[in-house]
Design a protein around this ligand. Sequence first.
Ligand SMILES: Cc1ncc(C[n+]2csc(CCOP(=O)(O)OP(=O)(O)O)c2C)c(N)n1
Length: 960
Amino acid sequence: MAAPGHARLRRSKPTPKNVETMDVDGLNAGFAQLVLDEYLENPEAVSPEWRSLFESGDSGLLEELPGLARLLEAARDGGNGRAAPAPSPTVDPTLLGGVAAAMALVKAHRHYGHLAAHLDPLGTEPPGDPALEPERLEPPLTPELQRRIPASLLRLYVAGETLADALPQLQETYCGTIAYEVEHISDHEQRVWLRQAIESGRYRRALTVEEQRQLLARLSEVEGMEHYLRRAFLGQKQFSIEGLDVLVPMLDLAIELAADAGAHEAVIGMAHRGRLSVLAHTVGRPYENILREFEGERSVEAVAADPEGGTGDVKYHLGARGTRKTAAGEIGVALAANPSHLEWVDPVVEGWARAKQSDRGGSHVLHDSCVAMPVLIHGDASFAGQGVVAETLNLSGLAGYSTGGTLHLIANNQIGFTTEPSEGRSTRYSSDLAKGFDAPIVHVNADDPEAALAAVRIALAFRRRFGKNAVIDLVGYRRHGHNEQDEAAYTQPLMAERIARQPTVRERFAATLVAAGAISQEEADGLLARANAGMRAAHDALRRSFGETIPPKTRRERVRAGGETLVVTAVEEDILRRVNAGLQVVPEGFTVHPKLARQLERRAASVDEGGIDWGHAEALAFGSLLLDGIPIRLTGQDSERGTFSHRHAVLHDVDTGETYTPIRHLDGVRAAFEVFNSPLSEGAALGFEYGYSVAAGEALVLWEAQFGDFVNSAQVIVDQFIVAGLSKWKQTSRLTLLLPHGYEGNGPEHSSARLERFLQLAAQENIRVVNCTTAAQYFHVLRRQALDPNGRPLVVLTPKGLLRLADATSSLADLSHGAFRPLLDDPRVDERRTVRRLVLCSGKVYYDIAGHEERKGADGVAIARLELLYPFPSEAAAELIGGYPKLEEVVWAQEEPQNMGAWRAIRHRLEEATRGVPLRYVGRPWRASPSEGYPTAHLVEQDRIVREALGVGARTPVDP
Ligand SMILES: Cc1ncc(C[n+]2csc(CCOP(=O)(O)OP(=O)(O)O)c2C)c(N)n1
């Protein structure tokens, strides 16, 4: 008997090939069933593809429809592998069709159950999906038919004998106040594990009465704090958590589970929303501290920052650290300081967690992702809108960046400031981006606290089992405006009105517990009163303390940057020779590319003969630091080899493709060396290293831009974290940026690392900026950066052409003696009294000037180099200039346009240093774009600059 719809479906009968690419939903599974019916009547009536599909028994379709396969099996005659020419008497075609439809129904719940789930506390009806409706399937799954279908055929993990028993549970599981999206995951094992975990209800266990009471107490504390602050400080911004209060007990549980899984630390990143509550309840910052900031008193931390000129930050950006007791012992909790720039803290937290997870004390990093758990709390608008989220997710599976999975919590209040989801994203859910990264997504209604805890349990069980990200989309609402000064009803009047009628999650949960007899109404009210009283007591204590002087903290030694700190960077020759020899060693049978082998051989010789180039000096600096016990981590696009093929930290066997990193195998290394090619990201890649460097204060962490120009893709990390972190949060590091820079005719985007930006942002000794012109200078500055106890971020403008320029190379003696010098005087001037013009410049342009054909004829000219651009070496500059007694002018020569490069930032410093000698600018004029686009135009301009600097007049035009 043909099923209804047979004729219609027959017109578009697919072949098994395209069946594999089809989604086997209700309709298609039903269609397959029809073809099977036909086949069972007459095998010759169906196409050969279908025939072989049914007879092979191993197709993807049969895997997808195991019940169908089993029924087919039952229909086979005597197990000879060939289906019976007529329907077996044991197979009822309606039942057979029903099983296929039931399978489609199960599948639809797994795929689309979330569309019918009740996720919105404000009661928006879910859209639903026809595939979830049993009566709309083909054949309709009537209650009677449901009772005839054995659940065992459906590979379900919910309990029940028949579909009729199982379906309500399936609906409750997938379409209740919690919903799942896991079927997009490409790994079969993970998918099956998740299905089992979800359907078995393992992670949705009911709370005990005691646990319920604790949960209510916690929700009371959260609500109590927000209410108190609003009453006491009417109109002050607190970015209240209300509407997503359950976030706090979710974090409690997450931390408990992380500790149970072996974590010593949870590292949390989040924006403004609910942050004060998390600071107080999750990290354990005393209420007094928070209240003090509301009272307008400077916090203890801010006061302590004064001696260094810290300017502090608003209260909902501050980081904090605390410890918590868990059943598995104490665990540290760090909330990373963050700027307003939403989501940019994400990669910072990942890097921080990675650093905490890494043991750098041996020759290899031992990375154990159990040791620290990253938690990122996102906004629903920002998760979907900010590209850094995608960049951060893209780090998660990479060997150099993985943190064994992050718990991503989207604090989804269904609005972004005043922007509706329909205006803010093109996807259905805020979380959809994460699906592309194979993360399971758990949506949960924030007004069902028990479901919210279940979401944490399953998410962290997944992380623990597979070491991967899990995302919880916590759907709540925002009880007030964007902040407490905003009126939500101006723009979302209906929503605001709906929210005003909505009882709080505490009230709802209390009512449930009271109804169940788990607690009395008085007790429930008492919990809120106690929370209130706690806030009041803290506030009273704070008020009593007003007027008392806060004991001044011991003034921290002021930082002496700018080369003043005495750090020995020279390394004994013997040691350098040993390091150099070690760098040439590869394992027996390892074949280095012949051209590269020759380069490496030259390195072997150059310690004796001179000619140590940039890459070589860097390797010697790194190697010697590893012997000193300083771990090193270097990342960047193509950094293993080096964009300009100058590094070759990792060698590749030309026969086997195997890799070998000689520096890790040096005799006597006491710390780990890591180098990774980064993904094509600047923002997240740099943010990650910043976070890593903050948490790994002892390590030399370097990030390299492919060309310095691209650092502007990470401008938020530079502006908000690297340069301002010290002043805002007392947070700094020895992060080192290697930024290729120099005008070599490669056009506007391969010339400038935007030096001017760094110099504009440099103040209060927050960073250091150098532009070295010799390999030895680079060697010494790297070592100083690693060894200086006063760590600061360092920006190194690194060369391209100079990487191999003979004049920029150094000798072994240059590395084994001396130190980084902030200025390099002209080495060729014998008689200083003859010098009338001093050309001061920085970086590669020095070689253009000093090596110009007209240099010899430029009498009375000296050329000096400024190698340290910030902090400006005022004394050394004055001394150098003063060493030329007959100077008539100082020329600052730069290849960057006048509105770029160093000129505008250092002009006043130079004027001080020249002590009355006139100062003149030579360089490109003001320009909107950093350099010429045509190589010939570049050459002409470069030549003009050099001639003007030397004062030798313009090139005589050549007759055509
Ligand atoms: C990168 C960035 N752009 C714009 C803003 C301004 N801003 C502050 S909050 C906000 C809305 C955020 O919405 P959502 O991510 O949903 O978080 P919510 O405030 O609703 O908790 C915006 C646009 C910002 N802080 N950061």
